[in-house]
Ligand binder design. Structure first.
Ligand code: FAD
Length: 189
């Protein structure tokens, strides 16, 4: 289900893994910090190598100053925590929120609580900042309808949805019989 963001590249111009956003610029929340930094470094290097040339067209100069601003913004701070979220930071934080919602969802939810959760997840799947992830998640929800009948139902559905992303990204899957230990009760001794 999840888009492997590595599939959405511009091979001739961008380093592997850099995803272009709908605005035509590299999409920070769709790209890992490492790949984004490579792009920034590449942009900086190409600017340096072109700096001595003469007779640059106006358009190129405008493009270069935009790229220089981006390079100086992103390439200097790849290890600090107070940067805009990359695809991994955003993903980890989001899974924490979603699994925590599952953990606090009632065992026997009312009709309106079930409706709220469905609405929330539908809106979430359209607003998620990594657009390639969002589109794949929407497709997953169309194919594998959300289960909101109880805490356990939703927790397991979410765990399977997360596993589908794990598989797509080549990661290990999680044992969904343990989702509550991971996200609600804590691990048994
Ligand atoms: P995460 O996958 O973020 O998991 C965090 C923690 O959750 C883990 O440490 C583990 O303890 C626990 N966990 C793992 N699997 C499960 C499970 N199945 N059930 C319960 N708990 C579990 N990234 C992309 O590159 N491309 C995508 O298309 C993409 N789509 C995404 C779609 C959504 C809806 C979300 C929320 C994230 C998406 N991501 C995507 C991000 C990706 O899933 C990871 O969050 C990111 O790669 C960081 O991974 P991580 O290894 O730190 O652990």
């Amino acid at each position: 289900m999840a888009a492997d963001t590595r599939e959405h590249q511009q091979p001739n111009e961008l380093p592997k893994g850099v995803v272009i956003g709908k605005d035509g610029k590299p999409c920070r929340s769709c790209t890992s910090k490492r790949d984004f930094s490579s792009w920034a470094q590449m942009t900086k290097s190409s600017l340096k190598s072109g700096a001595g040339s003469t007779g640059a067209a106006t358009g190129a100069v405008v493009g270069a100053s935009t790229a220089a601003a981006a390079a100086s913004t992103f390439s200097q701070t790849p290890t600090t925590d107070d940067c805009p979220a990359d695809v991994e930071t955003l993903g980890r934080s989001t899974w924490t929120l979603l699994h925590s919602i599952a953990a606090t969802y009632p065992k026997t939810p009312s009709v309106s609580q079930q409706s709220d959760l469905k609405t929330f997840m539908g809106v979430f799947s359209r607003l998620y900042p990594c657009w390639v992830c969002a589109e794949d998640f929407q497709r997953y929800m169309e194919k594998d309808h959300i289960q909101v009948g109880s805490r356990d139902e939703f927790g397991k559905w979410l765990c399977e949805a997360h596993n589908a992303v794990n598989v797509k990204l080549g990661k290990n899957t999680f044992d969904c019989s343990k989702w509550e230990e991971r996200w609600r009760t804590g691990w048994k001794d």
